[in-house]
Ligand binder design. Sequence first.
Ligand code: FAD
Length: 260
Amino acid sequence: RLTGDGASSDIRHIVLDFGQAAFPVLEGQTIGILPPGTDAQGRPHHPRLYSVASPREGERPRYNNLALTVKRVTEDHDGHPVHGVASNYLCDLAKGDRVNVIGPYGTSFLMPNHPGANLLMVCTGTGSAPMRAMTERRRRRIPLKEGGTLMLFFGARAPEELPYFGPLMKLPKDFIDINFAFSRVPGQPKQYVQDLIRARHDAVWRQLNAADCYIYLCGLKGMEKGVDEAFRDVCRQHGGDWEALLPQLRETSRYHIETY
Ligand code: FAD
């Protein structure tokens, strides 16, 4: 379990061991999980997608494994109680259980492979999974001194709801520029990732215009609009035009969104 005891969300770090089966993945890809059993109509459950949270060499290099970050779904997007089929199945797995996996999937939400590229990452909740994969890939390559900056905007209700909060806090400040936004800390004003993007407008503007900066957004669908508006405001503040910049970023594969 990644989230604190008092947290309202239950998010798990799950490591899948592929044994002798070849299953190459890249940072930013997803895999499909086939939950056992059938739905109310007696049909097999459809597969659900989960982002790979570990880098391409695996959670532990040379062990042929990978990690997922899974949130137990107990209510739907409107707050009504539900029992999410795949997420509850995954969160309730015991060590050694066998899981049916398909994939990997994803040809666009991939990190740049060339050294020196800058990454600007914006995520909420389990949207941190691909960002962890990319950051961990870079962290393991620090000794190679390849360059490239990392900037992360990460939103959650409170620190205890942030998956990977502890390990992120331990990363060197000159390796990654981390900006946490908490929306439900008693006695503190609500902050969302878009507020911090605006607060850091100088640095964000520099990255938006850096030819070697790649932008990634991952999390719940609701975050897209706020982040888009924040980038628009940053551009406006610096005399730029987001409407003109965005198509350029997309054409050069430098703007990636994965929301669900
Ligand atoms: P279901 O039984 O399918 O749904 C139950 C109800 O919950 C439905 O009413 C549905 O509308 C609602 N619901 C579905 N998903 C959510 C949600 N995330 N939050 C609140 N309510 C929801 N999930 C992760 O935990 N980690 C990941 O890394 C991850 N990566 C994804 C990547 C992609 C590209 C996509 C498309 C989805 C990803 N998801 C991820 C979501 C995941 O695929 C499932 O949709 C989610 O776990 C719910 O599945 P379930 O079977 O538990 O719920």
